[in-house]
Design a protein around this ligand. Structure first.
Ligand SMILES: *[C@@H]1O[C@H](CO)[C@@H](O)[C@H](O)[C@H]1NC(C)=O
Ligand SMILES: *[C@@H]1O[C@H](CO)[C@@H](O)[C@H](O)[C@H]1NC(C)=O
Length: 154
């Protein structure tokens, strides 16, 4: 009997917290602490930027297990973006294959990780392909982090 009471009390608290979470997330989308607690409610944006020198084009093909963003041909200095919400199993993963003259790279651009979310300022992950490698704009420390190297060839 006591155990049953204890369980229903925990259930009531859980239901209350869930309800509070929904209210916070939907009623005040600008309240960033609510977003930080519930990454699932954030609309995430990923950018791929052609930051290459020598007037090179960048070919990019990004996808997840469920979505194919399509093949993009980026002229020098241009970018493309797409957006999505994470699934509630925290398994959302997007990756890209990019190619420039004489080199290519395959790398993850979005995965479920608070450190990445922090760098992306809880809304946008900006990946820039440069001659020296692939960089992520780190909004947390106001720097660009070198994340991935080019592989020679295709
Ligand atoms: C992407 O390109 C648009 C249009 O040129 C520009 O306004 C925007 O600042 C670019 N975004 C990034 C992250 O480079
Ligand atoms: C690509 O390789 C060719 C042949 O080796 C070379 O002439 C060219 O400069 C290279 N391009 C770049 C951008 O490195």
């Amino acid at each position: 009997m006591e155990k049953k009471n204890g369980n229903s009390c925990i259930l009531a608290i859980t239901a209350y917290l869930l309800a509070l979470g929904f209210v916070l997330a939907f009623a005040s989308p600008t309240l960033s602490s609510a977003s930080n607690m519930f990454p699932g409610f954030i609309k995430w944006h990923v950018y791929i930027v052609n930051g290459l020198g020598n007037n090179q084009n960048l070919l990019a093909h990004c996808k997840s297990a469920d979505d194919d963003v399509g093949i993009q041909n980026l002229s020098p200095g241009s970018n493309f973006t797409w957006s999505f919400r994470t699934d509630f199993t925290h398994s959302t993963l997007f990756w890209c294959y990019v190619r420039k003259d004489n080199a290519s790279a395959s790398f993850n651009v979005f995965w479920y990780d608070d450190r990445l979310f922090q760098k992306c300022d809880w809304k946008k992950c900006i990946w820039s392909a440069r001659d020296e490698g692939i960089y992520l704009t780190n909004f947390d420390e106001d720097v660009d982090d070198l994340y991935y190297q080019w592989d020679a060839g295709e």
